[in-house]
Design a protein around this ligand. Structure first.
Ligand code: NDP
Length: 282
């Protein structure tokens, strides 16, 4: 009990006395957001626009990106550029960072958020899909981070990694997806240590999200689970704030942190809850 009370006090102290968010700091900030044609990425683009940032957005669908960029301009972005790219390609991740550096003259925030589509089903041995998803959801992140690092170092910038509760805790029906998120947490956790040890200027924020009400996610879990979904626009704002305040970790909604603790402290109970939170008959 003493341990739990101490953890709660420490958590609340960090929440209350941690760095506060200054919206002005994002005015003119040079930001690259990936996976910004829809979902949380699109919402992040709109928030950055309202804060007066200079934005580059990317995803595969050019027409949709064009519409998002136009809306960003109307919401107050200092500038909004877009570039269509496929993160399954080996060359596109570098191409996107080069484009952003050229258009914005440097980067203050690199927000890595895209994911490739992946089925919500029992794993039936599709190794090729798992490998492909690793390229889209993981290797492209590593590649873009490395390409942008020198510029972020110069600007005392931030790398923001959008991850998931499923990057800390395995769950059925999403084996390839959950693997890519574990890989992100492992890699960027290690890189965060290395940057701190080198006294680098660059901060890394790893964002652990629970279920968020994007169209893609809702389509997958419809009728399968009763886990509550949280609003994409609020998730997007919390991600932006964690980058701007250089927090190393974000848990959104807050109880995702409790779930990760429960998995370590009460593994059998947590597995029971996970396996029984889906409608599934073999
Ligand atoms: P969406 O599926 O709504 O959006 C995915 C984005 O990635 C789209 O802009 C899509 O655009 C782009 N994309 C897909 N494939 C590629 C590709 N091959 N190359 C480049 N871009 C691609 O995702 P969400 O908004 O729901 O999720 C955003 C982030 O939040 C992800 O990292 C996800 O893991 C995380 N998250 C989401 C949760 C949720 O419940 N929604 C829960 C936990 C974490 P296009 O099709 O135009 O390429």
């Amino acid at each position: 009990r003493v341990l739990i009370a101490s953890l709660c006090v420490a958590y609340l102290a960090v929440k209350w006395y941690g760095p506060s968010f200054d919206a002005e700091s994002l005015k003119g900030a040079r930001v690259l957001v990936t996976g910004a044609s829809t979902g949380i990425g699109e919402q992040m683009a709109y928030h950055y626009a309202r804060f007066g940032a200079q934005i580059v957005i990317t995803a595969r669908r050019e027409k949709v990106l064009q519409q998002v960029a136009e809306k960003c301009q109307s919401l107050g972005a200092q500038s909004a550029f877009y570039i269509a790219a496929d993160m399954a390609s080996v060359s596109d991740p570098d191409k996107v960072v080069d484009f952003a550096l050229e258009k914005l003259g440097g980067l203050d925030y690199l927000v890595l958020n895209h994911i490739g589509p992946s089925p919500f089903s029992m794993w039936e041995g599709d190794v090729d899909h798992t490998r492909w998803l690793m390229q889209v959801n993981f290797f492209s992140y590593v590649q873009m981070a490395w390409k942008a690092l020198a510029s972020l170092e110069q600007s005392k910038g931030s790398l923001v990694i959008v991850s998931s509760l499923l990057g800390k805790m395995s769950s059925p029906f999403v084996a390839p997806y959950t693997s890519t998120k574990f890989a992100l947490n492992g890699f960027f956790g290690a890189l965060g240590h290395e940057l701190a040890m080198k006294k680098s200027n660059v901060s890394i924020s790893i964002c652990t999200l629970g279920l968020i009400d994007t169209e893609a996610a809702m389509d997958k879990v419809k009728g399968v689970t009763k886990v509550p979904a949280y609003p994409a626009t609020d998730a997007a704002l919390n991600i932006i704030i964690s980058g701007a305040t250089r927090q190393t970790d974000l848990f959104y909604p807050w109880f995702t942190q409790v779930v990760t603790l429960s998995k370590d402290w009460f593994p059998s109970f947590t597995s029971y809850v996970i396996q029984n939170s889906y409608n599934y008959t073999p």
